[in-house]
Design a protein around this ligand. Structure first.
Ligand code: BMA
Length: 367
């Protein structure tokens, strides 16, 4: 049985994150920065135990379609959009017009603005090509990339330009009234793993922290103030591993983690144990540092466990004071690479139940 979490409410109140009675979610009339309103809103969801549900690239392609307007596998399965739309900037730093998964940045901007207008929230990750020689994020044979970004003036100049491209995009996010739209940005993610060139085996803690410092410096120079910053390691064993490369409280608003469910039913005990452990550690860190908590990426590829959403994910997110949870994309060109059901998939009914549970939040399409 899921329940409200008094300890969470007390914890949020103690760091000043509970909204005053008069401030509604999305209220922008008080003169506060949109990012502060977003922080308040996320805190409110964590306190209520009404976790915002997110899906990567949700309205731009799905399991059997690509590029259509007005579609979403989540909408078609549940009647509602995810509350959080997740996007990726990978490729923007090369001047590409489409990201690494083929989504035009102009479409991402349009969809992000539309999602804000329907009451949703947008989060951005970044799988960059390196400023050294355009190596993909997964190119880990060269472990000098981050060092060169730090010490080679020409590479560093290119890195600054890469960040500036993201800053320009973020600065262009305005609603119909011309107000800034606040979003979540989650750079340098999963660094406790070894698969990205900024991962633990591929750079030093000092070099990793430089990535955050430089990213923030350029964003600040460009006047970006509509962002909540998220720190999201992959699975960890203990809090010292979680904090080893933490860039510092002034760089981070939300602490989270990425943990996936591998190996179908056989992998269930491992997933539950790892997700509970890692989120427990992230929650402790968030509490100690006065930050929000999120389950920044998860999912069970292909959903071979048809009640995964209600029997596995829902209990996990109910045990930790997460403000949101995001699952990865439903690729249109890789038949087994999907994380939400679509109409006709055997997990559809269970996913609908998950979407109707009082402990999850989706958003209604605009009438
Ligand atoms: C991975 C996979 C890839 C994709 C990348 C960035 O998890 O989905 O196919 O290119 O994320 O979105």
């Amino acid at each position: 049985m899921l329940h409200h979490k008094p300890h969470v409410i007390a914890a949020l109140a103690s760091v000043g994150l509970l909204i005053p009675a008069c401030a509604c979610a999305g209220d922008r009339t008080s003169g506060e920065l949109p990012s502060e309103a977003l922080r308040t809103r996320l805190a409110e969801h964590a306190a209520k135990g009404a976790v915002l549900f997110g899906h990567h690239d949700d309205p731009v392609y799905g399991h059997t379609w690509c590029g259509d307007a007005g579609r979403s596998d989540v909408l078609e399965a549940t009647g509602k959009y995810p509350a959080i739309m997740s996007w990726d900037f990978g490729g923007i730093e090369k001047g590409d017009t489409v990201n690494l998964d083929g989504v035009p940045f102009s479409r991402i901007r349009r969809e992000a603005i539309a999602h804000d207008a329907r009451g949703g929230i947008n989060t951005f990750s970044w799988h960059p090509f390196s400023p050294v020689a355009d190596e993909s994020s997964w190119e880990v044979s060269d472990t000098t990339i981050v060092r060169r970004m730090m010490t080679d003036p020409e590479v560093r100049r290119r890195f600054d330009e890469d960040i500036a491209a993201i800053a320009d995009f973020l600065n262009s996010l305005r609603d119909a009234e011309g107000r800034d739209i606040a979003v979540i940005f989650r750079p340098w993610h999963e660094h406790t793993g070894g698969w990205f060139w900024w991962g633990t085996p591929n750079c030093t803690p000092e070099q990793y922290r430089f990535l955050w410092e430089e990213t923030r410096r350029v964003m600040d120079d460009k006047g970006v103030d509509n962002v909540l910053w998220t720190y999201s390691p992959d699975r960890v064993s203990d809090i010292s591993q979680y904090m080893e490369r933490y860039p510092g409280d002034k760089y981070v608003d939300i602490m989270g983690a990425d943990v996936y469910h591998f190996n179908g039913a056989e992998g269930t005990p491992d997933y539950i144990e790892t997700a509970d452990r890692t989120l427990g550690i992230a929650a402790q860190a968030a509490r100690e540092h006065g930050k929000l908590l999120a389950f920044t990426e998860t999912g069970c590829e292909s959903l071979p466990i048809t009640d995964w959403y209600t029997s596995i994910l829902l209990p996990i997110i109910s045990r930790h004071p997460v403000s949101y949870v995001t699952v990865w994309r439903n690729a249109h060109d890789k038949p087994s690479h999907f994380y939400t059901p679509w109409p006709g998939h055997p997990a559809e009914g269970d996913f609908r139940k998950f979407s109707e549970d009082t402990h999850t939040t989706f958003v209604n399409p605009k009438k």
